[in-house]
Design a protein around this ligand. Structure first.
Ligand SMILES: *Cc1c(COP(=O)(O)O)cnc(C)c1O
Length: 398
């Protein structure tokens, strides 16, 4: 008899959910573009409809290719259940809308992803849902606020673009006492670097568009967590219709298979570039949790198994023309939004993600004009370092 083996994440990314043969013994999952699924008899159709027999009815509700993506993510995050969405924002907004009702209170941080921050500042208050946000430096105040009661706590760690960390385990303990649901956006870390559910979170959400896809060629999202909560979120998704397309699901499954390999290289490249920048005379500060100089490095070591591909840094000069000179002269980096792609992506948050704020507001958030955010790709680290070095050399010495 075959002996059971407990596989690591690297093996699970490839094999999880794929143990049964696919139709016609295909070795990879077919893309089921079918909108509807036909049955031999009304009785059989009814049996599937009532849940007596496994099967599919209509692809807005469930689809075999999408289900395989959900199953793989569920295993990688160590969750009881998962439900996939058309985008990260669909996953986040449907999760919040499914779990909250008028009169509820949400506690979160001020530096959430822009779209999420807009839900907090604009759309949830319209439904009489109170949202209280705290700067990620103010973890003690955040925990104190949770103690006063709330329905849901929403976190991102590390934060973007300043790479601050919050202590998921500590905050989850406060949530248990307050009977609050803890949701963590794990997009920046990916399940390879951080497992929020093991640290006490109830739900993990992802923009699968980033590391899970890995190639900047597909938009998707997912929520993973306890079955009762995911069932509620799924029921809402079924009605809002924010489902993932089967072709996109296929691309995400394909991306997942190399996720552990890619993330290892993203981690290494971000660390090497950060270390290079930290000692460079034209660089003032570097934000990367993998640096021993990072204020939350000890926490990063305890709650993450890798530090991710995203980092940010400020040049010594405050002259934005010099920021432009540096960026415009890089060979191996796209000047582009997003992160988690095989190619390095870089840009100045002051004129991109944070362009809607005026300078004073930005500076209050710690977003100075000379801040540069970089999502390291999986190129050779030494090539990236040489490229940064030649572009920095074009800036005048002070
Ligand atoms: C990109 C991103 C999102 C939004 O995801 P989309 O797939 O673009 O909708 C949410 N959270 C974080 C942290 C992100 O980086």
């Amino acid at each position: 008899m075959q002996k059971d083996i407990k596989p690591t994440l690297q093996t699970q990314a490839i094999w999880s959910g794929e143990s049964k043969p696919f139709a016609n013994n295909a070795s990879i999952t077919p893309i089921y573009n079918a909108v509807t699924f036909a049955y031999d008899s009304v009785e059989q159709w009814q049996a599937v409809g009532s849940g007596e027999q496994p099967g599919y009815l209509y692809s807005r509700s469930s689809n075999p290719t999408v289900a395989l993506f959900e199953q793989k993510m569920q295993i990688l995050e160590g969750a009881q259940a998962a439900t996939a969405f058309a985008s990260g924002m669909a996953a986040i907004s449907n999760t919040l809308m499914a779990l909250l009702t008028p009169g509820d209170k949400v506690i979160s941080i001020t530096d959430c992803y822009g779209g999420t921050a807009k839900l907090f500042s604009h759309y949830l208050p319209r439904l009489n849902i109170v949202v209280e946000t705290y700067p990620s430096d103010c973890q003690d105040e955040l925990i104190e606020a949770i103690g006063k009661g709330c329905k849901l706590v929403y976190l991102e760690t590390p934060t973007n673009p300043l790479l601050k960390l919050l202590d998921i385990k500590l905050i989850s303990q406060a949530c248990i006492k307050a009977n609050a649901i803890l949701v963590v956006d794990n997009t920046l870390a990916s399940p390879i670097n951080q497992k929020p559910l093991e640290l006490g979170a109830d739900i993990v959400v992802h923009s699968a568009t980033k590391y899970i896809s890995g190639h900047s060629d597909v938009i998707g999202g997912i929520a993973c967590g306890a079955k009762t909560l995911i069932d509620t979120i799924y029921a809402y998704r079924d009605i809002t219709g924010a489902c993932l397309d089967p072709n996109a699901a296929y691309q995400l499954i394909r991306g997942l298979k190399t996720l552990p390999l890619r993330v290892t290289q993203h981690n290494e490249n971000a660390l090497k570039l950060s270390q290079f920048l930290l000692q460079h005379p034209k660089v003032a500060t570097v934000n990367y949790p993998g640096l021993i100089e990072h204020p939350h490095h000890q926490l990063a070591k305890s709650q993450m198994s890798g530090y991710g591909g995203l980092f940010s840094f400020t040049l010594k000069t405050e002259d934005f023309d010099q920021v432009k000179t540096f960026l415009n002269n890089l060979n191996f980096a796209h000047l582009a939004a997003s992160l988690g792609s095989v190619d390095t992506l870089i840009g100045p948050p002051s004129v991109t993600s944070h362009a809607e704020f005026d300078r004073e507001q930005r500076e209050q958030m710690g977003i100075f004009d000379n801040l540069i955010r970089c999502a390291a790709g999986i190129e050779d680290a030494d090539d990236l370092i040489q490229d940064f070095e030649q572009a920095l050399a074009l800036l005048p010495n002070d």
